[in-house]
Design a protein around this ligand. Structure first.
Ligand code: SF4
Length: 764
């Protein structure tokens, strides 16, 4: 507790724990049992200058979430159809009895593989209050179906693993001070990693120090482009790999590639380093120069026709990249979140590889900046006895079509084929059940069939769009109502530990996730193993003491630590460059690829392309090539739906978290970004209510007519809550009414930015 509040007011530390790329400390002012004000961190530190971890409006507006009309206060049981939103109040006793009975029944009849915790990141930061509690419970009960990937990063993670053997090989943004040029492909920290503790701070500080030239390549003139870039190069969505190929053509023909680097560190650039047994003509150089199977030289003119970037700009950019040493080339997570996203991610990595900018100060591997987690302990979850694991994006297929869910077609791991469908779903702090999953119409049809998934248990703070589809809704405590601790390490030079004090009594009958799981554990005979004799608060203290094993200078006395609440420290000297050891000695510090080298040509992908079953039009290729895919201008659907639609991260929500806060909706209204040329062609003016539609669905939203989006492309900020009319048409600008559940070829990831649509004015 902090003691500088007004009379009769106490101030306690808390933190905002949504999935925004930061973890902001908050100062909660409590009066008469109510949080009356939320303040941000105001603790500068001489050692760090004025490095306060300033929360954004979303965190500062948390009262509108906790005290909202949508707040869940009591356990509810569904009385109408799934999605209708009809519920009645039941007791905790009855709710937990029903859940335990059904869980036991499903395990007995179908096995533990029939139980699944759906992906969700609405409560990401809390160590004790996080989703791990459900995993801990399920592991004690024989396990549950595993999942891998994330909705945000599946394609880049896979792409980089095949190239580098890891996706964790970037240089920190602070290393920009050593760069001569920065090129961002869709990298947008100003909107996706806000706060004084996020990557945006590293960008601000580094830019101020170095004044380095920054070029942003993106279909949208993002806040990062507006605030930091010397130049914005608009590009058609999903075509970054074509741009890279056009750039590579100039780098090769003008002798700007680092041949020594390619020979010593890489596999597959030209015939000198091709793996044995691969027919001639399959090297990267062959692909670029047109001596490969497609016979097409990837000239700037070829790339210009695909990307919309003028050929002369491609030539100039190639020369800039080829001559600025070192160059920091990075991509965000937008370019890869496409139907051909793995190819895009690998292709962008080719620019630093071709120019030898990998593993050196001021360079980067072509992925995102170095992530900088702090190696503190997490709650122990035990071992999941179930080996089967699905890509997290394919859970609807695991409910509706498990017989055809295989390792060769769907990325199933640990098994050849799913033996049982999902029958029991856990959903904690997740709006993925409906809102954040693609193709809401199809998801609705699958969930509406109660013969498929037999029970959906959802635990959250508010009645979200997804909660309306649950069978039992349990009211969870918010970050005002529970103690916890969290670590913050996104801004690279500072580590932070925040101890959250419970500020107010739980509203209504809200309970912590831990207490909910402990009560189910009790009903199912594993109480002692689950709790280990601790309460929620005792687990917080226990986990704090585990942290002290990592940082000995934290106070021994827990009460004293809670009184302080917020700890910041300067982080030690860390490697400036990802893959630095490999760069210094590739023989003793080999990469985790089969060859130990950077694999421009991947034999594993060569083999996968010949063994996996892919839908027509999907491509896995051994080289980082450009491939047209469905949902792009060459798709026949584009005749009727000529506009490409992408999503972006708006500042009014974190994904869908806080989507019901009227302050935030007013500050950043949900709107469809449309270029003046496309708007004029359809008679649309700024502020018009428009409908966006394709064969999957339709949504209505206000038009934002702006040159900040390139012609032929629309953008909707993702995460708006699905609010349907009776006919299922959404009236709130929810992008997932229009997105597809067809996964990307290799990672089986979410292709949320690959969409063709048409837009028109709502009449009347
Ligand atoms: S949404 Fe992110 S940046 Fe905003 S207050 Fe919460 S943690 Fe901080």
């Amino acid at each position: 507790m902090i003691s500088d509040g007004k009379p009769n007011e106490k101030i306690v530390w808390s933190f905002c724990n949504v999935n925004c790329g930061s973890r902001c400390p908050l100062r909660l002012h409590v009066k008469d049992g109510k949080v009356v004000r939320v303040e941000t961190d105001h603790t500068g530190d001489a050692e760090f200058g004025a490095h306060e971890i300033r929360a954004c409006l979303r965190g500062r507006g948390l009262r509108k979430w906790v005290y909202s009309p949508e707040r869940l206060l009591y356990p509810l049981i569904r009385t109408g159809k799934r999605g209708e939103g009809k519920f009645e109040r039941i007791s905790w006793y009855e709710a937990l009895d029903r859940i335990s009975d059904k869980l036991g029944q499903v395990i007995n009849i179908h096995g533990n593989e029939a139980v699944f915790r759906i992906y969700g990141t609405g409560n990401l930061g809390g160590v004790v209050s996080g989703r791990e509690q459900i995993d801990r419970l399920m592991n004690l009960l024989g396990g549950q179906l595993n999942h891998y990937n994330s909705y945000s990063t599946a394609q880049i993670t896979h792409g980089m693993h095949y190239t580098y053997g890891t996706h964790d090989c970037g240089n920190p943004l602070t290393d920009m001070v050593n760069s001569r040029l920065v090129v961002f492909f869709g990298n947008n920290p100003a909107e996706t990693r806000m706060s004084g503790g996020g990557s945006i701070r590293d960008l601000v500080v580094s830019r101020q120090k170095s004044g380095v030239c920054i070029i942003v390549i993106d279909p949208r003139y993002t806040d990062t482009a507006a605030a930091f870039a010397d130049e914005w190069i608009p590009i058609r969505p999903g075509t970054d790999a074509a741009l890279v190929s056009g750039l590579a053509y100039i780098l090769i023909t003008e002798n700007l590639v680092d041949q020594d680097f390619l020979d010593r560190y890489c596999v597959g650039y030209d015939r000198r380093t091709m793996p044995a047994g691969i027919p001639p003509g399959n090297s990267y150089k062959d692909y670029i120069m047109g001596s490969g199977p497609d016979g097409t030289p990837k000239t700037p003119a070829w790339a210009a026709a695909i990307t919309g970037v003028p050929a002369e700009r491609i030539v100039r950019l190639a020369r800039e990249i080829g001559t600025a040493k070192p160059a920091y080339i990075a991509q965000g997570w937008g370019p890869q979140r496409h139907a051909n996203g793995e190819q895009t991610a690998r292709a962008i990595c080719m620019l630093p590889i071709l120019t030898g900018n990998v593993g050196i100060a001021g360079g980067n591997c072509g992925g995102r900046e170095a992530p900088d987690g702090i190696p503190f302990p997490r709650i122990p979850v035990g071992q999941n006895p179930v080996t089967a694991s699905i890509p997290c994006f394919l859970w609807t297929k695991a409910i509706a079509d498990h017989e055809n869910f295989t390792d060769m077609s769907d990325g199933l791991k640990g098994k050849r084929r799913l033996e049982t469908p999902i029958k029991f779903l856990w959903s904690f702090a997740s709006n993925t059940l409906v809102n954040q999953h693609s193709d809401i119409g199809r998801t609705h049809r699958i969930l509406a069939d109660e013969g498929l998934c037999e029970m959906i248990v959802l635990i959250d703070n508010v009645m979200t769009a997804s909660a309306r589809y649950a069978d039992i809704v349990l009211p969870g405590t918010s970050c005002f109502e529970e103690s916890d601790l969290a670590y913050q390490g996104y801004a690279v030079e500072m580590g932070v530990l925040i101890l959250r004090e419970q500020a107010i009594e739980p509203l209504g009958e809200c309970r912590t996730l831990y207490d909910i799981c402990a009560d189910i554990a009790r009903r199912m005979g594993v109480a002692q193993a689950f709790t280990e004799g601790r309460t929620h608060d005792q687990w917080v203290e226990y986990m704090y003491q585990q942290c002290r094993k990592v940082r000995r200078d934290l106070p021994k006395d827990f009460e004293e630590a809670v009184r302080t609440g917020l700890f910041k420290w300067k982080r030690g000297e860390r490697p400036k460059a990802g893959l630095q050891a490999f760069r210094e000695d590739p023989d003793t510090s080999q990469l985790d690829t089969p060859s130990g080298r950077i694999e421009i040509f991947s034999r594993r992908l060569w083999d996968l392309a010949r063994s996996w079953k892919l839908p027509e039009g999907d491509v896995i290729s051994a080289l980082p090539e450009y491939h047209d895919t469905w949902g792009m201008p060459a798709d026949p659907c584009s005749r009727e739906y000529p506009l490409q639609l992408v999503g972006h991260h708006g500042k009014q929500r974190t994904h869908s978290s806080y989507g019901n806060n009227p302050w935030l909706r007013e500050a950043v209204p949900q709107s469809l970004w449309i270029n003046p040329l496309d708007a004029a062609a359809r008679g649309i003016i700024h502020g018009d209510m428009v409908h966006v539609h394709n064969p999957l669905g339709r949504t209505e939203v206000r038009a934002k007519v702006t040159p900040r989006i390139m012609p032929g492309v629309l953008s909707l900020s993702q995460g708006a809550w699905y609010v349907p009319y009776a006919n299922g048409v959404d009236k709130n600008g929810c992008i997932n009414t229009l997105t597809s559940q067809r996964p990307s070829p290799l990672a089986k990831g979410n292709p949320q930015h690959t969409n063709l649509v048409e837009v028109g004015k709502v009449r009347g």
